[in-house]
Design a protein around this ligand. Structure first.
Ligand code: ZN
Ligand code: MN
Length: 139
C-alpha cells in the first residue's frame, strides 16, 4: 500500500497542486510543467516530475500510469473510476460508487488481501462518438 503521510510543502509543490486542482483533465507531467512555468519561469521539467512522484508516493495526488503511455495526474487521490477515450485520449471521472463487493470476491478467489482496486472503462467519449457517427453518415 502507498505510504500516506505528511509531505513537506515547498513552493513548487504548492504550485503543482494548485495547477492539478484547477483542472479536470488529468494532465500529463508536461502539461503541468507548461502551466507551472507561467508562474515560475525557471522551474525545470525534472523538478516537476520529481515533485509529482513525491506527491503521489505520499498519497496527495494520484498517478494514472498507462503502460508505455505517459502517466496522467489527478489531484483527487481518493478511489474513483475513470473513462478513457481511445480516440482522443481524454480521461474523465465517472460519477459512480466504488464497487467494494469486487474486492471481497477477489479475496475469496485465493486467500488474497485486497487493499484497493483500479477500474477503467475504454471507448469513445461523447465528442468522439458524435464525430464518428457524423462521419459514418457521410459514407
Ligand atoms: Zn474522445
Ligand atoms: Mn480522476
Amino acid at each position: 500500500m502507498k505510504p500516506k503521510g505528511f509531505v513537506r510543502r515547498t513552493k513548487q509543490r504548492e504550485a503543482i497542486l494548485q495547477v492539478l486542482r484547477g483542472t479536470k483533465s488529468h494532465p500529463t507531467a508536461d502539461w503541468v510543467y507548461q502551466e507551472v512555468r507561467k508562474e515560475m519561469p525557471h522551474v525545470s521539467l525534472g523538478t516537476i516530475y520529481r515533485n509529482l512522484r513525491t506527491l503521489s508516493e505520499h498519497g496527495e495526488i494520484q498517478e494514472l500510469a498507462y503502460g508505455s503511455h505517459h502517466s496522467r495526474f489527478d489531484a483527487n487521490s481518493e478511489s474513483h473510476y475513470h473513462f478513457i477515450c481511445d480516440s482522443c485520449g481524454s480521461v474523465e471521472d465517472l460519477d459512480m460508487p466504488i464497487l467494494h463487493e469486487l474486492e471481497a470476491k477477489v479475496e475469496k478467489l485465493g486467500n488474497y488481501e485486497v487493499f484497493n482496486h483500479r477500474l477503467e472503462f475504454h471507448g469513445n467519449c461523447a465528442d468522439c462518438s458524435e464525430k464518428e457517427s457524423v462521419q459514418s453518415d457521410q459514407h
